[in-house]
Design a protein around this ligand. Structure first.
Ligand code: GTP
Ligand code: MG
Length: 202
């Protein structure tokens, strides 16, 4: 699963505006600042294809990136806290959920969860919403380069991940497929690409 070409195609704020060529796609969602845009860049091995920021609320549209002229990576705005007015965030939430419910070429949503902090209720609620609406989901734990060691009782990434998986079983019969990643070390990059290739071939 090699990437030969990656092009930014367009930014949309409605499902109708999204590309209409019928190519399969995978969308990244998760709390603002979880590392969605950074993961796009890690996957395509480009530093600035998707715009990133320290401040939550950078990505504000549905951004389509075409890979090898045959499928799309889709970067979305985050949910939760962001440096944007409440009405704007409500808007993001509306068009993102409309996109999930109506985008027929969407193969799977990749729900990104920060492995460097304890499980958050808002992430569990989001996972549960996706499950209730029968939207196929893969869990991606981000920032696994942080919290390598136990310091002052702060849990390691692996422990946070185990906790999250335990909690998510309340909503799902089985734990969804999951991948540990870091955009700093590129951990998980090949695994994500392989998983996407497998999903495209179903
Ligand atoms: P929004 O577009 O605002 O929703 O955020 P996002 O989810 O796209 O996050 P983004 O990729 O912009 O990254 C947010 C911050 O986290 C930036 O400062 C990144 O450098 C940092 N970051 C992202 N991924 C990683 C990672 O794997 N490890 C570490 N240590 N930092 C990361
Ligand atoms: Mg972003």
């Amino acid at each position: 699963a090699q990437i030969e070409q990656a092009d930014f195609v367009k930014s949309s704020t409605t499902t109708e505006q999204c590309p209409s060529d019928g190519l399969p796609e995978f969308a990244f969602v998760g709390r603002s600042n979880v590392g969605k845009s950074s993961l796009v860049n890690s996957i395509v091995r480009r530093k600035k294809l998707a715009l990133t920021s320290k401040k939550p609320g950078k990505t504000q549209c549905i951004n389509h990136f075409r890979i090898n002229d045959s499928w799309y990576l889709v970067d979305l705005p985050g949910y939760g806290y962001a440096a944007a007015p409440k009405e704007v965030r409500t808007d993001w939430s509306k068009f993102t959920k409309d996109y999930f419910l109506n985008r027929s070429t969407l193969v799977s949503v990749f729900l990104l969860v920060d492995a460097s902090i304890p499980a958050k209720k808002i992430d569990l609620e989001y996972a549960s919403w996706l499950g209730q609406n029968q939207i196929p989901m893969t869990l991606v734990f981000t920032k696994c380069d942080k919290r390598k060691r136990k310091k002052n009782g702060v849990k390691r990434a692996e422990e946070n991940v185990e906790d999250f998986q335990g909690l998510i079983r309340e909503f799902f019969d089985a734990t969804p497929p999951w991948i540990m990643t870091s955009s700093v070390t590129n951990q998980g990059r090949d695994e994500i690409l392989l998983h996407m290739a497998q999903l495209r071939n179903y």
